[in-house]
Write a protein that binds this ligand. Structure first.
Ligand code: PMV
Length: 320
């Protein structure tokens, strides 16, 4: 029996979330945990042509998903399977996708984008077909639209690309600049609970921005300016300055009203325990905080868990 395996990592946004929706630059990186998928021809002859089915674990739900509006499993995943058939063809209906995620779902760590990219990679690999990064990204955007409405595209772009990138959306065209590092970035991630839902948080922010356009544009420009500075500091290996700029970014995110008391508490814990800087990552309204650490991120991750928050340490190394 033909079998294909695929993998796509999760991601964190180091700076510039929300402003990126308005055409400003943002910096993101992939983390060392992700979604694995096994693709095989359906084991049940009676299910042939009626799939694809998705068996998932660790994606915020466990169980079987079938396509079609009246199928089984969460609707957004059924729609995603329908979209896979639409993009890759009827032959996808004969397949079983078995997904296992090590990324906490709904915490701004890219679980939906990683699932999207891993599904596309797995199915294409099953058929022995190779996609360019641009083709993979275009298809992943179609799936991400189902999960997030009108995303900037940063999540699936960094996941598809891998490593550390500076991203900006120029109209519909994504601009991607890989950022090579001279030494690895060590980060601790603390999880405050489910985030407010990207679509909901982005929409509420856009309503506030419409009420106070000059003020919000001022904040977005401030974020754009710190992202530009952070890019230079990353390339020069000046991580203490990167940490300081993360703290500034957190101040702006608070001003945008996407932070929460738990996210602020996680930032304070990180800074008290020697982190170079800390901020929320992703949409906010809950979700996760990332802390940049000079050497070993385990001590900050432990401080997060000692305070009752789920946590893990991760590294980004773009030297190799
Ligand atoms: O889905 P999240 O939590 O990773 O947020 C994505 C980043 C935002 O800038 C808030 C939204 C977007 O589309 O870029």
């Amino acid at each position: 029996m033909r079998i294909a395996f695929s993998y796509a990592p999760g991601k964190i946004i180091l700076a510039g979330e929300h402003a990126v929706v308005y055409g400003h630059p943002s910096i993101a990186l992939t983390i060392d945990r992700g979604v694995r998928i096994k693709v095989q021809e359906t084991a049940m002859p009676q299910a042939k042509g009626r799939g694809p089915t998705l068996r998932a674990s660790g994606l915020g739900f466990a169980g079987l998903v079938r396509p079609g509006l009246d199928g089984e499993g969460p609707q957004v995943l059924r729609l995603a399977l329908d979209k896979l058939v639409e993009m890759i063809g009827e032959r996808v209906r004969d397949l079983d996708l078995i997904a296992e995620s090590a990324i906490p779902a709904g915490r701004g760590l890219g679980s939906s984008a990683a699932l999207s990219v891993a599904m596309i990679r797995g199915v294409k690999q099953y058929f022995g077909e190779v996609l360019t990064k641009a083709q993979e990204s275009k298809m992943a955007l179609e799936l991400e639209r189902l999960f997030h409405g009108s995303p900037s595209g940063i999540d699936h772009t960094v996941i598809s690309h891998g490593g550390l990138i500076c991203f900006r959306r120029d109209g519909q065209t994504p601009q991607v600049e890989p950022l090579p590092l001279s030494r690895p970035l060590s980060l601790a991630v603390g999880i405050a609970g489910p985030h407010g839902g990207t679509l909901k948080v982005v929409e509420a922010l856009s309503q506030r921005a419409k009420r106070h356009p000059a003020c919000f544009e001022h904040i977005f420009s401030g974020i754009a300016s710190l992202v530009g500075e952070m890019k230079d500091c990353l390339l020069k290996g000046q991580f203490a300055a990167v940490g300081e700029l993360m703290n500034v970014n957190q101040g702006y995110l608070n001003a945008l009203s996407v932070s929460t008391p738990d996210l602020e508490k996680l930032c304070a814990i990180a800074r008290e325990n020697g982190a170079l800087g800390a901020k929320l990552t992703g949409a906010g309204g809950g979700g996760a905080v990332i802390a940049l650490v000079d050497e070993d991120a385990q001590s900050v991750a432990k401080a997060f868990s000692d305070a009752g928050f789920l946590s893990f340490a991760t590294k980004c190394d773009t030297q190799d």
